[in-house]
Ligand binder design. Structure first.
Ligand code: 5GP
Length: 186
């Protein structure tokens, strides 16, 4: 689909162009939900949501699985502006009881360098889950610096900064129902 400049959005000093439409995202999330339903049928998974970026994806994905399960939130950070800072910090840890002997669906917004998952997955394993299924809405394989075993990917994208559908730029853009890509022409 062609877009004109009026479809661009501005967040702080940066401009972004439309990249993934709402309907495309919803269709893919429905497929991911069905795939998870098949893999975990008869189980009651713990949906472990990486805050803040994955909250919108997680809400849609959980509904699409139509599986009963509990929800748990985790918060880490590594990003400063549009660049990964390299050091991963944990601000909110998972509730141990919701992980031990549970089938965990780990819901991430985006795997970029892979450093967040590289740091977090061993911490999660220490809590003794029965299984971990890592689902990420977006994956930037060209930006990945360390290997990460991802079970399900929504969209594989180039290594450009994106916002919308839960993802922010410096606090803004999370409410957008579609995904936008940084327009470096500005
Ligand atoms: P990684 O540790 O894999 O480099 O990055 C993981 C986290 O960085 C993601 O959960 C997300 O919060 C943030 N991130 C990575 N790429 C982007 C991007 O293009 N846009 C936004 N808004 N956040 C990103």
């Amino acid at each position: 689909m062609a877009y004109d400049k009026s479809d661009h959005i501005q967040l702080h000093e940066l401009r972004f162009r439309p990249y993934l439409e709402t309907t495309e995202i919803q269709e893919r999330v429905t497929q991911l939900g069905q795939e998870l339903r098949q893999r975990l049928y008869g189980k009651k998974p713990t949906y472990l949501v990486m805050l803040k970026g994955a909250f919108m994806f997680a809400a849609d994905l959980m509904r699409a699985t139509r599986l009963h399960g509990e929800v748990c939130f985790v918060r880490t950070s590594s990003y400063e502006g549009t660049e990964s800072g390299g050091t991963v910090r944990m601000h909110l840890a998972p509730e141990p009881d919701l992980v031990k002997d549970r089938d965990v669906v780990l819901i991430e917004d985006i795997v970029d360098s892979g450093l967040t998952m590289q740091a977090f997955l061993p911490e999660l394993e220490k809590l003794g889950p029965s299984s971990v299924t890592l689902v990420t809405l977006l994956h930037k394989p060209e930006a990945q610096q360390v290997p990460v075993k991802i079970d399900l990917v929504g969209f594989t994208i180039p290594p450009k900064f994106v916002v919308g559908y839960g993802l922010d730029y410096d606090g803004l853009g999370r409410q957008l129902p579609a995904i936008y890509q940084l327009d470096e022409a500005y």
